[in-house]
Design a protein around this ligand. Sequence first.
Ligand code: FES
Length: 160
Amino acid sequence: MPAGSIEEGLSQAKEIIGKYPREQRFLLAALQDIQKHYNYLPREALALVQEHFSVPMSRLYSMATFYKALTLKPKGKYVIKVCDGTACHIRGSSLLVEELQRLLRIAPGETTTDGKFSLETVNCLGSCAIAPVMVINDQYYGRVTTAAVGKILEDLEAKE
Ligand code: FES
C-alpha cells in the first residue's frame, strides 16, 4: 500500500482500525498497519486507536518507542537501513554509516530536512553471506563499498 499523508484525512486510518475487533490483542497489528500506510504513527491516528481499543495514550506511546518498526516521526521517502550485525560490522558497515552520514548530513535515527532519506542501523538482516548489507525500502544491496554508497544515492536522486 502506498504511503499516505495525514492531510488526506483520517478515513484510511479509520478503515484500518475498523478491520480489527476491539480487543487489545489486535493493538500491535493495528499500529503496524497504520505505520505501513502513513510511514509513521500520526498523532490523530493514535487518538482513533486509543478510542477504538480503549487504551491509554501512554500505552500507545510506550509501544511506539519500544517496537523498532514503529515511529512517531515521519520517515523519509527512502529509508536506508545499514546492517550492523557481526558479519557486516567485520566487513566495514561502520564505514558505510560514516559515508552516509557525510553525504546526507544526518545521523542514524534522523531524516533529511527535505524528507527524502532516513538513516538507520539495524541488527542482522539475515544476508550475512553478502555482508556488508544495506536495505533501502525493500531493495537489498550486498557487498556494499563506500564508493558504491554515493552511486546508489545518485541513482535514487536521479529517479526523482
Ligand atoms: S550481520 Fe548483516 S546480514 Fe547478517
